[in-house]
Design a protein around this ligand. Structure first.
Ligand code: COA
Length: 261
């Protein structure tokens, strides 16, 4: 496992990799080094077959990620602001498109780029103290790492408009009620809950899990016919050894032992 300046990585024997954003003194704000390191860490997730699933969280009990680093943003010109946004969008799309499950363990403030990072993950588990929001208009800005798109996809147009225009923060129960958070648990239960969910997923057929991710993402891909993607993926599953194993295990009344092939 590579080592990073602003990320802590911990890979367990069960294949669960925890990536912790590690700038607690700045509430884990995403500066350019952190974005670059996140990209490198996610590339490792794509490449390393021993990694089966990922948890992304923030160091400390106060913040998941309190946004992009405002000190860096303050220096942006128009040209580098566009590439700044595109770069973050690219890294967050890598997370969204990863064919291994990625869970955000939202352990505190998830604001601006932090909310966008959590939304790029496949699901969000929040601690009771978590707060979600897109407060960029307070800075004369808008979300730039995919927030206008993913927040609207997740909570609907009216509420997304309200949150992005008022800069209001959502409490964890409010995020749960809107479908932005999948579950809310006590802070000490946050990582165990993420492990519980990932362990359940990792016992399923990995190819099928990857295809669920692809097909759900296809709903939002404007140039893709999601029904076609689904039919193609369904057909591909039927050519896999895991499909034979899964159906045989059911008929033989035993637990399936999937291999991801
Ligand atoms: N970028 C850079 N630094 C940040 C930051 C960000 N997005 N969010 C917090 N920090 C820094 C603060 O500047 C402070 O640093 P300092 O101790 O060197 O002064 C440190 O993190 C602690 O933050 P502080 O504001 O003192 O904590 P708080 O408990 O009073 O407030 C927040 C917490 C999250 C409400 C507040 O930090 C905040 O509003 N942050 C910005 C959120 C935001 O607008 N995000 C979108 C950015 S596009």
């Amino acid at each position: 496992m590579a080592t990073f300046q602003n990320l802590l990585l911990q890979l367990e024997d069960n294949g669960i990799l925890t990536i912790s954003i590690n700038r607690a003194d700045k509430l884990n704000a995403l500066n350019s080094t952190t974005i670059l390191e996140l990209q490198q860490a996610i590339q490792e997730v794509y490449d390393d077959t021993t990694i089966k699933g990922v948890i992304i969280t923030g160091v400390g009990a106060k913040a998941f990620v309190a946004g992009a680093d405002i000190a860096e943003i303050a220096e942006l010109s128009e040209v580098n602001a566009r590439s700044f946004a595109e770069r973050g969008q690219e890294v967050f799309s890598m997370i969204e498109r990863c064919n291994k499950p990625v869970i955000a363990a939202v352990n505190g403030f998830a604001l601006g780029g932090g909310c966008e990072l959590a939304m790029a993950c496949h699901m969000r588990i929040a601690s009771e103290n978590a707060k979600f929001g897109q407060p960029e208009v307070n800075l004369g800005l808008i979300p730039g790492y995919g927030g206008t798109q993913r927040l609207t996809q997740l909570i609907g147009k009216g509420k997304a408009m309200e949150l992005m225009m008022t800069a209001d923060m959502l409490s964890a129960p409010e995020a749960l009620a809107l479908g932005l958070a999948n579950h809310v648990v006590a802070q000490e239960e946050l990582l165990p809950k993420c492990h519980e969910i990932l362990t359940k997923i990792l016992a399923k057929a990995p190819l099928a899990i990857g295809m669920v991710i692809d097909c759900v993402n296809a709903v939002y891909a404007k140039d893709e016919n999601g029904y076609q993607t689904e039919a193609n993926s369904f057909a591909r599953c039927c050519t896999s050894e895991d499909f034979v194993e899964g159906t045989n295990a059911f008929l033989e009344k035993r637990k399936a032992n999937f291999k991801g092939i």
